[in-house]
Write a protein that binds this ligand. Structure first.
Ligand code: MN3
Length: 257
């Protein structure tokens, strides 16, 4: 089978210029890592997928998330998902662009023996790419505009949203994610998934397009919070970039009133 690998070199130039134009520290508002500048200092093996550069330093999200957690989470965990995803498509001879989101939407169509690896590692890659993009040391305190109106309309306000996401995150037994999604009806909803599942996966029970995801794997909080997942879920609001969430919401088709 022919393998088509994304040519990293060809987009480094264009993406570098784009990132420079956007200014450091701003993620393009796409779930696709393909449009982001790759971190070439961390080896993720041969293949179409690259690790998107973290747009802030490891200590930038202190005190909500400590530097050591960020370093390990990004350079070890996320990098391993990308490395293992590259290996999975290499081993199975899967044709893939550098867009992991495309791949995880059609897991059922992949060779049987590759499905589990793509589900776990493709999900891990997509989920963490979204996660880094909605965190910011310069986070605003509140959603504004259409997003704020939709949170009021569909969830009952910001406090209700925080409570629902905390409940969803606390309710995940073991590892997983709590999500704010835009449903097919253009409205907001809170949901959760186990492991590295993403609501956009064809194999997921959850539905919708994630615009805010909170990692509730122990590796996301254990060094600082130990077993207190609830405290981590309370503190994360200080570093949520509502601007980034609003950009994701617009792309996901959030309907205004
Ligand atoms: Mn994680």
């Amino acid at each position: 089978m022919t393998r088509i690998y994304f040519n990293r070199r060809s987009f480094l130039g264009a993406t570098g210029a784009m990132m420079a134009a956007l200014g450091a520290g701003i993620f393009p508002s796409s779930l696709s890592a393909q449009s982001m500048e790759p971190d070439t200092n961390i080896d993720v093996g041969e293949g179409p997928f690259s690790l998107p550069r973290l747009p802030y330093s490891y200590d930038a999200l202190e005190p909500a998330i400590d530097a050591e957690t960020m370093r390990t989470h990004y350079s070890k965990h996320h990098a391993a998902y990308v490395r293992n995803l590259n290996k999975a498509v290499r081993d199975a001879g899967i044709e893939a662009s550098g867009d992991a989101l495309d791949l995880i939407k059609k897991i059922r169509k992949l060779p049987k023996d590759a499905q589990k690896a793509v589900r776990n590692n493709g999900g891990g890659h997509v989920n963490h790419t979204l996660f880094w993009s909605i965190l910011s040391p310069n986070a605003g305190s509140k959603p504004t505009g259409e997003l704020a109106k939709a949170i009021e309309r569909d969830i009952g306000g910001l406090d209700a949203l925080k409570a629902e996401l905390k409940s969803a995150g606390s309710g995940v037994f073991g590892s997983g994610w709590a999500w704010l999604v835009v449903g097919k009806n253009g409205r907001l909803a809170v949901t959760s998934t186990a492991n590295q599942d993403n609501p956009l996966m064809d194999v997921s029970d959850a539905e919708g397009t994630p615009i805010l995801g909170i990692d509730v794997w122990e590796h996301a909080y254990y060094l600082k919070y130990k077993n207190d997942r609830g405290k981590y879920l309370d503190n994360i609001w200080s570093i949520i970039s509502w601007e980034a969430v609003a950009e994701h919401a617009a792309k996901a088709g959030l309907k205004g009133r």
